[in-house]
Write a protein that binds this ligand. Structure first.
Ligand SMILES: *Cc1c(COP(=O)(O)O)cnc(C)c1O
Length: 341
């Protein structure tokens, strides 16, 4: 048996998803004439109570487009120092938008209104970069799948309104966050100027993300997506997979959360595991007593065909997902319990 806990992006489309994809009508989406893409964009815009949506090949391109439409070169955005947009998008913030990041050391990737307020440069102080955008990530990736309390986001939204700052959400993990905090899409639609959502992580579609916002914002985004080379032709097959995933996979992501909790519990009983980040969703980040034992743990699990990654600075990560079956889960739990060193 091989078990892949490297990421929730490793899932493959199910036969039902493939069958659904094969039977949709498609057209040329660069001319906005793909009915399946148009249907997906309307569907997610309605779901989140936002005016419009735009389909993207990746979450990175959706985030980068959002940053581009909200900022001008030389300006600055505010985000947590763990943020995906800062750490894992290839320096795109500066390359694509000519923007710098004011970084906040938040708590597991989450930042507060008070912390943000301190980093907003006074708009008449022309010596400093003009603060142009606040970006939140929810769930946090590097923060181990932590979720914001929606009350905290409301405070941040109020602050942004006072300072006339747009608020963007990197919502690659938004489906997880909504399940874990029992919140609904429209609650978030009301708080953000733009939201990127991902179909190819926990939802289990093969490809695709979307950006949501006002009609005007999406008109601007369409031009940027074109410039970045993200205009796709008969993308409706992919949009169909995304739509199928929302309807059929979203609620079952509760199982991923339950399994992650069970892994947390099992790990907490192992004497050589000395730290586990609280598990809110489907990501389990933990540390092992010392380097020698960490290497041993890593090698032993790899020999058992249980794959996962090291994130650097001693952090190990399991991510649960749709293709991580009950049988695989039992196998992993049993093997973990047997470890003794
Ligand atoms: C995965 C991820 C992205 C980027 O998505 P890609 O589709 O891989 O480009 C952005 N933000 C967060 C928080 C993510 O986890």
């Amino acid at each position: 048996m091989e078990v892949n806990l490297i990421s929730d992006t490793v899932t493959r489309p199910t036969q039902e998803m493939l069958d659904f994809m094969m039977h949709v009508n498609v057209g040329d989406d660069v001319f906005k004439e793909d009915p399946s893409v148009n249907a997906l964009e309307s569907k997610v815009a309605d779901l989140f109570g936002m005016e419009a949506a735009l389909f993207f090949p990746s979450g990175t391109m959706a985030n980068q487009t959002a940053i581009k439409i909200h900022t001008q070169p030389g300006q600055q955005l505010i985000c947590d120092h763990y943020a995906h947009i800062f750490n894992y998008e290839g320096g795109g913030v500066s390359f694509n938008s000519g923007v710098s990041c004011a970084l906040i050391e938040g708590e597991r990737g989450r930042i507060t209104a008070d912390q943000i307020e301190k980093r907003i440069n006074p708009s008449d102080f022309y010596h400093s970069p003009k603060t142009a955008l606040v970006a939140l990530e929810n769930t946090t990736n590097k923060g181990g799948g932590a979720c914001y309390d929606i009350g905290q986001i409301k405070k941040i939204k109020e602050l942004c309104d006072i300072h006339q700052l747009p608020l963007h959400r990197d919502g690659a993990g938004i489906w997880n966050a909504m399940l874990a905090t029992n919140t609904s899409p429209d609650e978030y639609g009301a708080l953000f100027d733009t939201i990127s959502i991902c179909f190819s992580k926990g939802l289990g579609a093969p490809i695709g993300s979307a950006l949501l916002g006002s009609k005007k914002a999406m008109d601007d985004a369409l031009r940027v997506r074109k410039m970045l080379g993200g205009g796709m032709r008969q993308a409706g097959y992919l949009a169909a997979a995304a739509s199928f995933a929302i309807d059929n996979h979203w609620k079952s992501m509760e199982n991923d959360h339950r399994k992650a909790k069970e892994l947390e519990k099992t790990l907490s009983n192992l004497p050589f595991v000395n730290y586990i980040a609280p598990v809110d969703t489907n990501i389990v980040i933990f540390e092992i007593e010392n380097q020698m034992k960490e290497n041993h743990f890593f090698d032993t699990l790899h020999d058992l065909n249980i794959l996962f990654i090291r994130m650097g600075s001693g952090k190990l990560r399991f991510v649960t997902h749709l293709d991580y079956t009950d049988i695989q889960h039992k196998y992993v739990i049993n093997e973990l319990m047997k470890l003794n060193f």
